[in-house]
Design a protein. Structure first.
Length: 141
């Protein structure tokens, strides 16, 4: 299995606000509402909806309805891009199984070989959050 990573510095080229292609299944097909219950589970096509031009999958109709009632609460921070990379001003596709809920926001992290973005983030989560928020908002005003 090959994994294609996107890495671009802020300000270099036009960059998508979301870590998913338009009309594609987003966030590895994982149910974004389930992360808030501490679960990493793949959603089912039978419980899907389109939000922000990407397809989201949910494990149940109840999770889909919860998302529909308050999408901003459940939609991943930084459009699903790796949070620690965003703190450094870059766009990197994360491993959606590595996540954290911080200040009520779902954040994803890249984990590859000897690098664990979640571990790096947790060394200074408050500072990283400020940097990532600043970088994302600079790029997507």
């Amino acid at each position: 299995m090959f994994v294609f990573l996107v890495f671009a510095s802020l300000g270099s080229v036009a960059q998508s606000r979301l870590a998913a292609e338009r009309n594609a299944v987003a966030f590895g097909g994982y149910d974004v509402t389930a992360f808030f219950d501490g679960k990493v589970v793949e959603g089912k096509p039978a419980h899907s909806l389109v939000y922000e031009d990407v397809k989201l999958l949910f494990v149940s109709e109840a999770n889909k309805e919860a998302f529909s009632a308050n999408p901003k609460e459940y939609f991943p921070g930084y459009g699903g891009w790796c949070a620690i990379a965003m703190a450094d001003g870059a766009f990197v596709i994360p491993d959606y199984r590595y996540y954290k809920i911080q200040d009520g926001k779902l954040l994803f992290f890249r984990v590859k070989a000897f690098f664990n973005g979640l571990t790096q983030w947790n060394k200074d989560p408050d500072s990283n959050l400020i940097k990532a928020n600043g970088n994302y908002s600079k790029y997507f005003k």
